[in-house]
Design a protein around this ligand. Sequence first.
Ligand code: NAD
Length: 363
Amino acid sequence: MKIGCPKEIKPQEFRVGMTPNAAREAVLAGHAVMIQTGAGVGAGFTDADYIAAGAAIVGTAAEVFAAADMVVKVKEPQPVERAMLRAGQVLFTYLHLAPDPDQTRDLLASGATCIAYETVTDDRGGLPLLAPMSEVAGRLAPQVGAWTLQKANGGRGVLMGGVPGVLPAKVLVIGGGVVGTHAGKIAAGMGADVTVLDRSINRLRYLDDVFGGQFKCGYADAATTIELARQADLIIGAVLIPGAAAPKLISRAQLAELKPGAALVDVAIDQGGCFETSRATTHQDPIYEVDGIMHYCVANMPGAVARTSTQALGNATLPFMMALANKGWKRACAEDKHLLAGLNVHAGKLTYAAVGEALGLPS
Ligand code: NAD
């Protein structure tokens, strides 16, 4: 099979769909790999790295789309990319079709077979191609929170780990799923005094079993949440209610109860945010202040560490990409219900019920 990987063109997207290591795996299995020149630069991979892996470098995205049997990307195809898709071609990437009728219409019109990373499932009921990005955002949250807490950035001027004789920062993580667990672990590793709250007793049992001693765990009722928020230097919002907007857990009025200069990192901003005063920001201008409280609400946090994110995503997508290449999409999906769950569009038809429901289209 000919596998093609174009350079990402969405603004501020520095990741790339295939690492040189993924390209090498595909080449070793007998496939031809085409990479657009410069595709890996944002993630620190040169054309020479791909050539050494056995891939061919081509000059334009048009050449990739024209020749490839399967196009592997990161972000949903932009209009100019959608226009290059064709019937019979496989597209493997994040799509997020439910809120995007224009993209859905174009993918249906293309006749291509479009498999979305975000709906591929695993045996434990998880989303294995979303989890790596939650891991990255979770581990990044204490790092950006520590930076936001610095005086020059408007924060309280508190050091996460304290120093001998000075107590460490208090960190509250609301939501103990993938993001929250990784945030708690890293904040504790920085020496902070960390509490992670969740509403799932089973999740709290797991966190207590595995991380008891590194951080404390508590039940996320409203009273406990605000009581701990009042004491916190840094609050990390990491909740998710699947398919719903994030619940607002700290209101604007409650900001007055927090410590002046406290930092809020709202990782759940891509679901609308879990603090009433959250609004999405960018890596260029990541923080703002409301009522003396600093907010960090970057919607694509993994983009800040494009190399790590590319490698983490590449590790997770590789087995699925190889199955698609080795068996063809039809047999690969027939033999793996989890990959089949990723199939969103095929030959002009919507094949994912939730997207159809969201857009009022038949599926
Ligand atoms: P997850 O499903 O693994 O975990 C969410 C946790 O929140 C669950 O354990 C759930 O029990 C808990 N929860 C739900 N309601 C709660 C409440 N009211 N109080 C306390 N806990 C509650 O999800 P995840 O992968 O950790 O993702 C968390 C959020 O981070 C999602 O909104 C996700 O989209 C977002 N995210 C953002 C970025 C970014 O760049 N900003 C990157 C990755 C993920």
